[in-house]
Structures are given as structure tokens and as C-alpha cells.
Design a protein around this ligand. Structure first.
Ligand SMILES: NC(=O)c1ccc[n+]([C@@H]2O[C@H](COP(=O)([O-])OP(=O)(O)OC[C@H]3O[C@@H](n4cnc5c(N)ncnc54)[C@H](OP(=O)(O)O)[C@@H]3O)[C@@H](O)[C@H]2O)c1
Length: 348
């Protein structure tokens, strides 16, 4: 069964402190999923690689895909979002399109669940503040599912640079542009708050904020396409520690590439696809070259999921690797870029 009329605002499940605040180190985390599309599949595949976690419940607007998903990955299909919230799960993974992330997150947090929300967590800063305020008031964990920092390669790079530094990163250069997306794909949908900035650029904004700190100034050139969303954007941003980022994201040119982190003592190449990072090359100014190679398992989303489960067990309300302020800073960059391009979504 499925309920196509159930709106997230209608959630009536009451906050419950039972399992959600159980900090037993060994306890199993029971997951629910809303939205059973492409990324939800990858999440469910990854969950099999996360110890003491299982898919318990799911809901999607159409019963056919939801049931097929449950047949493949397990879990009980619920007939409405409200019944999913009240099903006894500990955490909700939000895998719908971004125009609905904030509503589902707020309803789930108010129902006493911890929330791992796909990127972009929200479509603008104002929405994100409402979600974060609800997380604070509900005393529940909220994290944007920004995957790169949880991959083994990324952690190893951090460790290596701490032990054998190249100095403060002064420039982050990153870009990705993927043409040929079908006209009816959500990435090109105005209604669903698509566009290159929120679809692809948000990863680059993460990289900039992670290595350079909060943005202070964002300058943007770009264009909107036939559906009204941005199909190409080039950003130059200055950050709190003085570093600069050069980023591009697009849906109308072909251009995937490595990411570059530059410092006085050397530079790092994060090899494509750096948003699922497994290889990096560090070139020191003294001529040394260090290659890092860290394959990943489970499709990659399993690392952020395992981190999230560990945070629940520890009673944490925020991730140290993907804290709320980073989500704020990333979406602030996207807001600034969209303002420059004259792109406003419904209700903005
Ligand atoms: N982390 C990553 O690597 C990664 C990669 C790709 C995408 N993403 C993000 O993940 C999200 C989903 O992308 P996707 O590629 O999985 O999209 P998708 O394949 O189109 O799947 C979206 C799913 O969400 C459902 N849905 C959409 N809007 C909904 C709403 N308002 N209420 C309830 N269900 C709704 C759809 O159900 P219906 O069938 O009923 O429409 C579908 O099951 C996006 O925010 C995207 O940016 C992340």
C-alpha cells in the first residue's frame, strides 16, 4: 500500500526518547528510508557493509518501486510517511529530491528520529536554519550526507598532511560538468530545485569550505538553461583564512577533472572522481612525490553511514567531520551564486 497524499507536514508521530537516546555501544541501528530512487539503492547496498545496522522500514510515494526495493534490500514498506516515522526506527535517511528534504527532515526530527539527509541538505540557508533549529529543539542528530570526507582516502590524506605538511592550503580548484542529462531528469527540474550548483557544485563548495574555511566573498558567472535552472556556473570565492577557491559545475559542457589543493610547500591532486575519492598525489616543493591509494568498499556511502551510526551510539548531535556550520557555509555559497545568476526557486 502507499499513500500518495501523505505530506511531511502532516506527521503526527510524537517525539519518543526510547531507542533514540540509547547510547549502548553495541546496539543495532534500525534505519528507515524515504524515497527509493537511485541514491537510496546505493545507500541500501552500502548498509550491508555497516556493522550493527539494518534497513528496517521504507516509504515512497509509489508502492511498486518501494516494494521492489524492499524485496531486494529488505525492510517493511509502510503506507504513509507518518507510519514510517512511527515504525520504531532510530534514524531516517532522506533520499528524495532536494525540494522536499527540509519538510521531511523537520517532520522526522520532531518525531524523535535522527536524520541523515542527502545533499544538498536544503535548497537555501533559510530552510537549513529551520531544520537545524528543529534538530536543536528535538535534541536529535542531523547530518548532511556529504560523502567525500568519510572515504578512507580522505582520512588518510588528512593524516598524511598532518604528519608531513605542505602548509596552509591557499587555493582549491575543483570542477565537474556532465552534459547529456535527459530533459526530464531531476537535475534539470526547476520544480525540484535542480541545477548544476545544487546537484554538483555543492561537492565543490564542500571541498572549498573544508580546506579554506567559511566563504567571505563569492563571485559567479554562469547561465540558466531552457528549464530555468543553472546549467553552468564558474565561481571564485575568498575564504576566512585568505585562501581562494576556483570552482565550476555544469550540465551543458563536458568536463570532469581532478581537484587541486595548493600550498606553499606543495600541492595535492585529488584524482577524479574526487567526490568518491580513492587516489591522491602529493607533490612537495622539495621534489618528493607521495602517492596515496585507498580503495573503498560497499559503494562508498557505507562510510558516512557507519560514522552516523557511531554518532548515534555516542549520543552526539552533530558530526565533527560534517558539522552544521559546514552545511551552512556550503549552502551560503550556493545562495550567493544563485543570486548572482538570478535564479530563485518557488517560494524564495
Ligand atoms: N550522495 C550522492 O552521491 C548522490 C548522488 C545522486 C543524488 N544524490 C541526491 O540524492 C537525492 C535523490 O537523488 P536520486 O538521484 O536518487 O533521485 P531519483 O532517482 O529521482 O529518486 C528520488 C526518489 O525520491 C522520491 N521523491 C521525489 N520527490 C519526493 C517527494 N516530494 N516526496 C516523496 N518522495 C519523493 C521519488 O519518488 P517518486 O518515484 O514517487 O517520484 C524517488 O523514489 C537528490 O537530492 C540528489 O541531489 C546524492
Amino acid at each position: 500500500m502507499t499513500d500518495t497524499t501523505a505530506a511531511p507536514h502532516a506527521a503526527t508521530a510524537q517525539p519518543t526518547d526510547r531507542a533514540a537516546q540509547d547510547t549502548t555501544p553495541s546496539r543495532e541501528i534500525r534505519w528507515g528510508i524515504v524515497g527509493t530512487g537511485r541514491i537510496a539503492r546505493r545507500f541500501a547496498q552500502g548498509l550491508a557493509f555497516v556493522p550493527r545496522a539494518r534497513l528496517a522500514a521504507l516509504w515512497s510515494r509509489r508502492v511498486g518501486p518501494a516494494q521492489a526495493f524492499a524485496d531486494e534490500f529488505g525492510g517493511t514498506v509502510y503506507d504513509s510517511f507518518d507510519t514510517l516515522l512511527a515504525s520504531g526506527i532510530d534514524a531516517l535517511y532522506i533520499a528524495t529530491l532536494q525540494d522536499s528534504h527540509a519538510d521531511y527532515a523537520i517532520a522526522a526530527l520532531q518525531a524523535g528520529l535522527h536524520v541523515l539527509c542527502e545533499k544538498p541538505a536544503c535548497i537555501n540557508r533559510a530552510q537549513l536554519e529551520r531544520v537545524l533549529e528543529t534538530a536543536r529543539a528535538s535534541q536529535r542528530l542531523f547530518m548532511e550526507a556529504m560523502k567525500p570526507p568519510f572515504y578512507p582516502l580522505y582520512g588518510r590524506l588528512r593524516e598524511h598532511l598532518a604528519a608531513d605538511p605542505i602548509g596552509d592550503i591557499g587555493l582549491v580548484r575543483a570542477g565537474c560538468s556532465v552534459p547529456g542529462v535527459p530533459a526530464d531528469h531531476p537535475s534539470l527540474s526547476f520544480e525540484h530545485a535542480g541545477g548544476a550548483l545544487l546537484d554538483i557544485g555543492i561537492y565543490e563548495m564542500f571541498l572549498a569550505v573544508d580546506w579554506l574555511g567559511a566563504p567571505r566573498d563569492v563571485q559567479t558567472f554562469g547561465r540558466l538553461g531552457a528549464t530555468g535552472v543553472d546549467t553552468f556556473a564558474s565561481l571564485n570565492s575568498q575564504h576566512e583564512r585568505g585562501g581562494i577557491a576556483q570552482l565550476f559545475c555544469g550540465l551543458d559542457l563536458h568536463g570532469k577533472g581532478d581537484a587541486l589543493l595548493m600550498a606553499k610547500g606543495g600541492h595535492v591532486t585529488l584524482h577524479e572522481p574526487w567526490w568518491n575519492p580513492s587516489r591522491a598525489t602529493i607533490r612537495y616543493a622539495d621534489g618528493r612525490v607521495v602517492e596515496l591509494d585507498e580503495p573503498f568498499e560497499g559503494g562508498g556511502l557505507n562510510y558516512e553511514t557507519a560514522h552516523f551510526c557511531a554518532l548515534i551510539r555516542a549520543g552526539a548531535l552533530e558530526s565533527p567531520l560534517m558539522p552544521h556550520d559546514m552545511s551552512r557555509q556550503m549552502i551560503a555559497m550556493a545562495d550567493a551564486a544563485r543570486t548572482a545568476l538570478g535564479l530563485k526557486f518557488a517560494g524564495e
